[in-house]
Design a protein around this ligand. Structure first.
Ligand SMILES: Cc1ncc(COP(=O)(O)O)c(C=O)c1O
Length: 495
């Protein structure tokens, strides 16, 4: 089983990149040779089964089995009945000996536990292929002309039904504008509503940067276990407020009912706009998903949704459900033709929604993420019982709370171990006045299934090492420092 590989050895993920033009088998063989050559796969390490690796890479099992067989014949691997396929003794040489410096660019991580990424192996390839066939057969000829900036009507109809049913969004196709994700939605809304936006004091730096580039000033609202506290909104200069009400990013609370009401009251009183980022609202584990805030007042809330967590962030598919007066303004900001989202992807996604394939996908991913969350919290509870894990009721990440002054030490250990981790400080608004809080935000969506056990073990060991190390009095643990020292390896790599 794949888990044997993950647990019997160091449990490293393979992180194979199938590049080159020689076909999948040749690409896989090159990637494996490369990993062995530079020592990422050490002598004796057991490889995942051909079935597990094929599933993770999304290729045929035979391709993996053939690649293993050829590398065995070449002497890179050994295959023995009952003990699986292993890296042959003396096959590994160092990167220096192989004369291959690490490729510049993306850091090589042994395990990637950065938040914000779904399980890439979870993309429903077969359903997408079937939906593509149906969509292409059904598409009218005009679909192949320039795209409507509002998005395909088939998709807007399907989304209106789905969002009302699954997220409690008050919606009809005329209020929906398709876009390439929450990031583009924010850019468009910033263009039509310039001014000052209140944002959560801990949030995605990428979003704050987007807003800043669009000339928006952001002011922080304190965040606690009940989400953002809107008390400061009334006295502020904010024209709009950006919130993650279903699952605060990254700390994980759901916005308290009285705060939801207060946000709507503020918007009604002064004509403010509420931007609701519902980035992972479907992934809730303890009870029914928290419904969208937009349902409370669809005339005041711009609802932003995205397929980045449920399908793939590479798809670049998202949607806005807007107060009606905003629709023509946003469409004007987009231009006369759809500039970003492929017509075909829109039609295929509409098919997936209408056929129930998307609901199945959400259920499947929810089950998988829930199991990972349970495994993570059980392991942390057993190995680091003194630490609290918060924000675990929903989503694809959890917060491991750390004693004051230790976040930097843990991140440095993570960097040494090649573990992709992001500190809580990374998300803090530069003007936030809320107290410093040490912790790491652990994304449990990204490691492949066969490497998850190893990733959790590495996390526990890394944190334990970080906590047992001496605290350096010369190095106060401040977010600005984290940014400089750890950003290259550990930052959330959304750009
Ligand atoms: C807080 C938050 N909002 C929204 C998104 C989705 O962004 P996009 O739709 O631009 O991929 C993410 C990341 O996936 C996120 O972490």
């Amino acid at each position: 089983m794949a888990e044997n590989w993950a647990t019997s050895e160091s449990g490293h993920d393979l992180h194979l990149e199938l590049t080159g033009t020689g076909g999948l088998r040749a690409g896989l063989m090159d990637a494996l040779r490369d990993a062995i050559r530079v020592g990422r796969l050490r002598s004796g390490i057991r490889l995942p089964s051909s079935r597990a690796l094929a599933a993770d890479l999304g290729i045929a099992r035979n391709t993996v089995a053939d690649a293993y067989a050829e590398l065995t014949a070449e002497g890179w691997l050994t295959a023995r009945q009952g003990s699986g396929t292993r890296v042959a003794a003396r096959a590994a040489v160092s990167g220096a000996a192989a004369g291959r410096p690490p490729r510049p660019g993306a850091p090589r991580l042994t395990h990637d536990l950065r938040p914000g990424r779904p399980d890439a192996a979870g993309f429903p390839r077969a359903d997408w292929i079937a939906a593509t066939r149906r969509a292409l057969h059904a598409a009218p000829a005009e679909a192949f002309g320039p795209g409507d900036p509002a998005g395909r009507i088939e998709l807007r109809r399907a989304l209106a039904g789905y969002l009302a049913r699954a997220r409690g969004v008050h919606s009809d196709p005329d209020r929906i504008v398709v876009c390439s994700g929450a990031a583009q939605a924010l850019q468009l809304l910033a263009a039509v509503r310039p001014g000052t936006f209140a944002v959560e004091s801990r949030g995605l730096p990428h979003h704050r940067r987007l807003l800043a580039r669009a000339g928006i000033r952001t002011v922080p609202l304190p965040v606690d276990a009940g989400g953002a506290d809107p008390a400061g909104l009334s006295g502020s200069a904010a024209d709009a407020v950006l919130l993650t009400p279903a699952h605060q990013f990254p700390t994980g609370g759901a916005l308290l009912p009285e705060r939801r009401a207060a946000v709507i009251d503020w918007a009604r009183a002064g004509g403010g706009l509420v931007l609701e980022d519902d980035y992972d609202g479907e992934f809730r584990y303890d009870r029914q998903p928290v419904g969208a805030l937009q349902g409370l007042d669809p005339g005041r809330v711009a609802y932003l949704g995205s397929a980045s967590k449920s399908l793939s962030p590479g798809l670049r598919l998202g949607w806005m459900v807007l107060p009606p007066p905003l629709v023509p303004e946003v469409l004007a900001a987009k231009g006369s033709w759809e500039p970003t989202v492929s017509m075909l992807d829109q039609l295929v996604f509409a098919e997936l929604l209408e056929s129930g394939g998307y609901d199945r996908q959400i259920r499947r991913m929810r089950r998988g993420y829930r199991a990972r969350r349970d495994q993570l919290t059980a392991a942390l509870g057993a190995r680091l019982p003194q630490l609290e894990v918060t924000g675990i009721a929903a989503g694809l990440h959890a917060v491991l709370e750390l004693p004051p002054g230790t976040e930097e030490l843990v991140l440095r250990e993570g960097e040494r171990a090649g573990l992709g981790l992001t500190g809580l400080g990374w998300f803090r608004h530069p003007e936030a006045t809320c107290p410093e809080r040490d912790g790491v935000v652990v994304g449990y969506g990204t490691p492949p299934d066969h490497g998850f056990t190893g990733a959790v073990t590495a996390l526990c060991e890394t944190v334990a090492r970080g906590l047992s190390g001496p605290r350096d009095p010369e190095r106060p643990e401040r977010p600005e420092q984290r940014k400089n020292q750890v950003a290259q390896v550990n930052q959330v790599t959304q750009t």
